[in-house]
Design a protein around this ligand. Structure first.
Ligand code: TMP
Ligand code: MG
Length: 295
């Protein structure tokens, strides 16, 4: 059936084991949409990595590039990005080696943001003025999940307030959407004073998932998961799911493609190479058509 899905035979779509993938997809289709949940990363997974050859911003970058941040602070954030992002995606270093460095990056950036006295009421305008773009086909993706009442968990190491505003402005913050992320903590006059809860960075999503058992308990009848990510750290986002039956992992390989291709193929069931679209819609369409035929 995978061969019949036009989007899955594009040159940018890679699968290490199509037979295994086919089995997972069949099993998810047989179980029906009410046993499915979708867990997705945000930055560079739901949003575009590049547009017309230019890099698109992450939720942190939306703030970095904005008028809310002083020029000195912008320069510092850029320095940090140039130092730590290459480490994040370095395929020659282990995750264990990267862990303390990621904590260091996120902590420094959050402290810088706190110094900037960002006001809550400025976020709407900042997102509106930013160049953040959701991937092509995002409307259909959110629409399918909403219509079929499939819970969508957006699990992001970005900034929760910013990403929520992005999807709100895009008109897709439907009631089936839940977000785990780094949320800002504002004082009584609406000025950023801290970040709430445990820090989520790109390689501790497993811990984040295990801290949020309540969410997974609420949807415990959903034993099948479709997971979308762009980092190898995103693979642990479903670690809080109880009695997991099938997991279909879709990975966006945006950067350092040749160096990282094999590791992505080894870990994700479907790898989308430098692809700016939400081709996962074709799989949701399959699940939906199958369900509609039966009922
Ligand atoms: P995600 O979990 O939604 O993908 O968000 C994590 C991404 O955010 C990760 O790929 C690195 C990026 N990032 C920035 O762009 N700027 C920053 O200052 C920090 C701390 C992270
Ligand atoms: Mg990401």
């Amino acid at each position: 059936c995978l061969q019949q899905i036009a989007e899955m035979s594009k040159a940018t779509v890679h699968m290490k084991d199509p037979e295994h993938l086919e089995q997972i997809l069949e099993s998810i289709k047989d179980s029906g949409p009410n046993t499915l949940q979708v867990i997705s990363d945000f930055d560079m997974t739901l949003t575009r990595f590049a547009y017309n050859g230019k890099r698109c911003p992450t939720s942190h970058n939306v703030l970095d590039n904005s008028k809310l941040i002083s020029k000195t602070c912008q320069a510092e954030m850029k320095n940090l990005l140039n130092t730590y992002y290459p480490i994040e995606i370095d395929s020659t270093r282990s995750i264990e080696e990267k862990l303390p460095l990621m904590v260091e990056w996120w902590t420094k950036v959050h402290n810088l943001l706190i110094e900037q006295k960002i006001r809550k009421d400025q976020l709407t305008a900042v997102v509106k003025e930013s160049n953040v773009i959701l991937r092509e086909g995002y409307q259909l993706f959110f629409h399918h999940l909403h219509e079929l009442d499939i819970p969508l968990l957006i699990f992001s190491a970005g900034v929760g307030d910013v990403l929520e505003e992005v999807i709100r402005q895009a008109g897709v913050l439907h009631p089936n959407v839940k977000v785990f992320s780094n949320y800002m903590d504002f004082d009584e006059s609406g000025v950023l004073q801290d970040f709430k809860g445990e820090l989520i960075h790109v390689y501790n999503k497993r811990e984040g998932a295990l801290l949020n058992t309540q969410h997974f308990q609420e949807i415990q009848s959903r034993h099948n998961v479709m997971l979308l990510g762009d980092s190898l750290g995103d693979l642990t986002m479903a670690d809080g799911v109880q009695d997991l039956q099938n997991i279909l992992k879709i990975g966006y390989l945006n950067d350092k493609v040749e160096e990282r291709k094999q590791s992505y193929l080894d870990s994700y069931d479907i790898v989308l190479e430098r692809d700016e679209s939400m081709d996962v819609n074709s799989l949701l369409r399959e699940i939906r058509n199958y369900h509609d035929c039966l009922y």
